[in-house]
Design a protein around this ligand. Structure first.
Ligand SMILES: CC(C)(COP(=O)(O)OP(=O)(O)OC[C@H]1O[C@@H](n2cnc3c(N)ncnc32)[C@H](O)[C@@H]1OP(=O)(O)O)[C@@H](O)C(=O)NCCC(=O)NCCS
Length: 373
C-alpha cells in the first residue's frame, strides 16, 4: 500500500455520527440501538426490530399489534407497478427487479415531503417482498400471485408467496431470524450510499434505489449467492477440501468469509449457523451442511478467516427451497429498515456529504489545439 492510497476504502475512518447501530465497538459485537443482535434474534421478531430501527424503540404489545396490521395493509402492489413487473424478463437479476420496482414506486407514490418519511419507509418495508415474489412467480410460473397471504411475519409472507403455502413454524422462525440479522450494519457500503443521497435532500425512493445498487455487488450483499454457487458444486466433503485448497493456493477470494470491520468473528454467523444446522436436520441433508462446516474450518485453519453472516445463509435459504438468485433480495427486504432509519437520521442533522480527494493526476498543463493532439 502506498502513502497515497493508505486511506483506501476509507477503512477505520469515521464518516459521521449515528445512534442506530454499533459494529465491533466492543470486540465483535453488533448492537441495534444498544441491544445485542444475539438477544434480538432470540427474544424478538423482525417486525419488532423494524419498529426499533424505524420508530426508535421496541414496541409494546399494543404498538406491535398495530404495526403488524399496518404493514400487512401496505403489501398490495398498485396496478401500474404490477404491469411494469410483468414486463421484466425472466432472466433479469432479481436485484435489478427490486431496483426498478423501488424506483418506479417513487413515480406513482412519491415522497412529497419529509413529513411523510415514516409512511414511505413502512410502505417500502411492506412492499419489497411483494415486488420480488410477484415478478418471480409471474416470470417463472406464469401466475399472478395474491399478495394478501394473511401471514403476519415478513419472512413467512415472502415464503408463502413463493411457495403458494404457509411455511412450517421452523421455516418461518428461521426467516424471521435471518431478517433480524440482516436489518442493520452501521455505515456499510449500501447504507453509506443511502446517506450520501439523503444528504443532498433527495427523496426516500432515490436513496433506497441507490442503496439496492450498492448492495447488489458480490463484495457486499451478493456474497451469499456466490457462496451458494461454490458450495453446490461439491458433492462431498473431500471434493470441497480439494477445491478450496486449490482456490486458496491461487489466492482466490472465498465468498462468505472475512469482514471489513470484525477482526475475529462475525457475531451473526453463530446464530445463522445454528439455524442452518436445524434446517439440515429437518430436511435430511447429508452433504451441504457438512461441506459448509468443512469449508469454514479450512478457511479458519489456513487463513484465520472466519465465516461472515452470508456464509451459512446460503445453506439455510437453500434448505428452505429459496432459489439462489433471490438470496440478495431477501437482504433488501430486511436492510430497507436500516437504510430508511439512516436516511431519516441523516435528514435530522444534515450537511451535504462531500469529502475531498488526494489528486494523483498530471500537473496543470495547457490544452493542445485539436490539430496538434
Ligand atoms: C468483506 C471483504 C470485502 C473485506 O475486505 P477487506 O477489508 O479489504 O479485507 P481485509 O483487509 O480484511 O483482507 C485481508 C487479507 O485477507 C484476504 N481475504 C479477505 N477476505 C478473503 C476471502 N473471503 N477469501 C480469501 N481471502 C480473503 C484479503 O485478500 C487480504 O489479503 P492480502 O493482505 O494478501 O491482500 C473481504 O473480506 C471479502 O471480499 N470477502 C468476501 C466477500 C464477502 O463475503 N462479503 C460479505 C461481507 S459481509
Amino acid at each position: 500500500m502506498t502513502a497515497s492510497n493508505s486511506g483506501a476504502g476509507l477503512r477505520g475512518q469515521s464518516a459521521g455520527e449515528t445512534a442506530i447501530c454499533t459494529v465491533g465497538a466492543t470486540g465483535n459485537s453488533l448492537r441495534y440501538r444498544g441491544y445485542d443482535v444475539e438477544a434480538l434474534a432470540t427474544e424478538t421478531s423482525f417486525t419488532e426490530v423494524a419498529h426499533l430501527l424505524l420508530k426508535g424503540h421496541l414496541p409494546t404489545s399494543k404498538e406491535l399489534e398495530g404495526y403488524q396490521a399496518r404493514l400487512q395493509s401496505l403489501r398490495e402492489l398498485p396496478a401500474p407497478l404490477r404491469s411494469v413487473l410483468e414486463q421484466i424478463p425472466k432472466d433479469a437479476h432479481p436485484m435489478d427487479v427490486l431496483r426498478t420496482g423501488c424506483s418506479f414506486l417513487g413515480n406513482i407514490e412519491p415522497e412529497l415531503d419529509f413529513e411523510s418519511q415514516q409512511d414511505c419507509a413502512d410502505r417500502l418495508l411492506a412492499i419489497c417482498p411483494s415486488i420480488i415474489a410477484y415478478w418471480y412467480r409471474f416470470s417463472h410460473d406464469n401466475v399472478r400471485i395474491d399478495t394478501d397471504t394473511g401471514e403476519v411475519g415478513v419472512g413467512a409472507h415472502f415464503l408463502h408467496m413463493l411457495h403458494d403455502a404457509s411455511p412450517s413454524e421452523l421455516f418461518a422462525r428461521v426467516m424471521d431470524v435471518s431478517l433480524i440479522l440482516y436489518a442493520e450494519h452501521e455505515f456499510n457500503a449500501s447504507t453509506f450510499t443511502a446517506r450520501v443521497c439523503a444528504s443532498t435532500l433527495s427523496d426516500m425512493h432515490s436513496c433506497i434505489t441507490g442503496a439496492i445498487g450498492s448492495l447488489r455487488g458480490p463484495l457486499h450483499g451478493g456474497a451469499n449467492e456466490m457462496a451458494m454457487a461454490m458450495l453446490e458444486q461439491y458433492a462431498s466433503v473431500e471434493a470441497a477440501r480439494d477445491d478450496v485448497k486449490a482456490k486458496l493456493a491461487a489466492k482466490e477470494k472465498i465468498m462468505g468469509f472475512g469482514h471489513a470491520v470484525y477482526r475475529e468473528r462475525d457475531p451473526r454467523n453463530a446464530i445463522i449457523k445454528h439455524w442452518a444446522g436445524q434446517l439440515a436436520e429437518a430436511v435430511g441433508d447429508a452433504t451441504l451442511y457438512p461441506v459448509s462446516e468443512t469449508v469454514e474450518a479450512m478457511l479458519w485453519d489456513e487463513k484465520r478467516l472466519f465465516a461472515n453472516a452470508d456464509f451459512y445463509h446460503a445453506s439455510a435459504y437453500h434448505f428452505m427451497g429459496i432459489p439462489t438468485p433471490l438470496f440478495t433480495p431477501i437482504f433488501v427486504m430486511s436492510r430497507v429498515t436500516g437504510w430508511c432509519a439512516h436516511v431519516m437520521e441523516q435528514r435530522a442533522n444534515n450537511r451535504i456529504i462531500r469529502p475531498g480527494a488526494e489528486y494523483t493526476g498530471p500537473s496543470a498543463r495547457p490544452v493542445p489545439p485539436l490539430a496538434e493532439r
